[in-house]
Ligand binder design. Structure first.
Ligand SMILES: [Zn+2]
Length: 351
């Protein structure tokens, strides 16, 4: 597909490459951007920020911990990899601000990743022709994220999820890991892309049209999407082929491995099938002890989905496999590169 020069999301080629006047007013752009993002965020909710310096593909537990993004942007480090969450979050019942589905307050924008001609780009800019984005952010040379800000707070989590999934089906969001949720993150127009191959690339705002605000219906219409409701889990399981369930297990396993959460690899006494891991909710264990959690690879006993168990009570709620996969979904964005890097090692281990 050839990229058109005049009509790409209403951009001329010139406006993409010259990007006046944003280069010289970087902090100004992000301040406007954040102010726009906060337009519909209610009093009891916040936008969440993750940032750290250095190579984002090198794993480090905790470096993706989310914090509140201040409205004045004073806590943004312009020399870090900077990420915002696509949804506003509220405190959970323990008073914590986190970037998790449990904290969802409302969707703010839709982000379409990997548009352009650069390394890693999956779609030409012309994919954006149906609807001019609110912002176009160059996250690495010739590789863009398109941001479509909503015209109100999208409080219907299932509708937001359906929208994101519809884009996944259309392959706009790249590989379908089944994990892209309402808590995903994107790079706002500030910070650096510190992957070594980009040599300290400073993330650039290539287009900023805050007047471009859209309803879900407008986005759905423009891109010809079909918002199918999320099938119920039981139905879904029955209809997912065994091979896909196995792939989902592999995604989870690679994540756990990349995050350094596998405690004991199976050896000869692997007969019971359980592999000890660090419990993601160790902080909920009554004594704080990091014990008792394990995963089991797909087997007939677990309908080939894989299984999770933890001997701790977690406030009276037993954690199951889908709790673990939800948790991974909350955290995977960052470890995925790393997990894929480790994929070869995984192949050495037959489970
Ligand atoms: Zn536990």
């Amino acid at each position: 597909m050839k990229t058109k020069t005049k009509t790409d999301a209403g951009l001329s080629a010139g406006s993409v490459t010259n990007s006046p006047p944003f280069q010289s007013k970087r902090k100004g752009v992000v301040k406007d951007f954040v102010a726009e993002m906060y337009s519909f965020v209610p009093e009891d909710a916040r936008i969440m920020l993750c940032q750290f310096r250095g190579d984002p593909t090198i794993d480090g537990r905790g470096k993706w911990t989310a914090r509140i993004l201040r409205r004045d942007c004073d806590n943004i480090d312009p020399w870090a990899n900077v990420y915002f969450c696509v949804s506003a979050m509220k405190q959970d019942r323990r008073g914590r601000w986190r970037r998790r589905k449990d904290n969802f307050a409302g969707g703010l924008l839709l982000m379409i990743d990997d548009v352009g001609k650069g390394k890693g780009a999956k779609f030409p800019l012309s994919v954006l022709d149906p609807l001019p984005p609110t912002a176009l952010v160059e996250t690495s040379p010739d590789n863009f994220q398109a941001i479509y800000m909503f015209d109100s707070l999208l409080t219907d989590e299932h509708k937001f999820e359906a929208l994101i999934r519809a884009f996944i089906r259309e392959k706009f969001l790249g590989a379908d890991t089944g994990m892209a949720g309402v808590n995903r993150v994107f790079r706002p127009p500030i910070g650096v892309n510190a992957k070594p191959k980009y040599g300290g690339w400073r993330v650039k705002c290539r287009q900023w049209n805050p007047e471009n605000r859209y309803s879900i219906e407008q986005i759905v219409d423009a891109f010809g999407l079909d918002l199918m409701p999320q099938p119920r889990r039981a139905t879904r399981l029955a209809t997912i082929p065994k091979s896909e369930r196995y792939t989902a297990w592999l995604d989870t396993w690679r994540f756990l491995k990349a995050a350094g959460m596998i405690k004991r690899y199976p050896d000869d006494d692997y007969e019971d099938g359980w592999i000890d891991i660090v419990c993601p909710w160790t902080d909920e264990h009554t004594d704080g002890a990091d014990t008792g959690a394990a995963v089991r690879p797909p087997a007939p006993e677990n309908e080939y989905t894989g299984a999770f168990r933890c001997h701790h009570s977690h406030g009276g709620r037993i954690k199951r496999w889908h709790d673990l996969t939800d948790w991974v979904a909350d955290n995977h964005e960052f470890a995925l590169d790393n997990a894929n890097k480790n994929a070869k090692e995984f192949e050495d281990y037959e489970c």
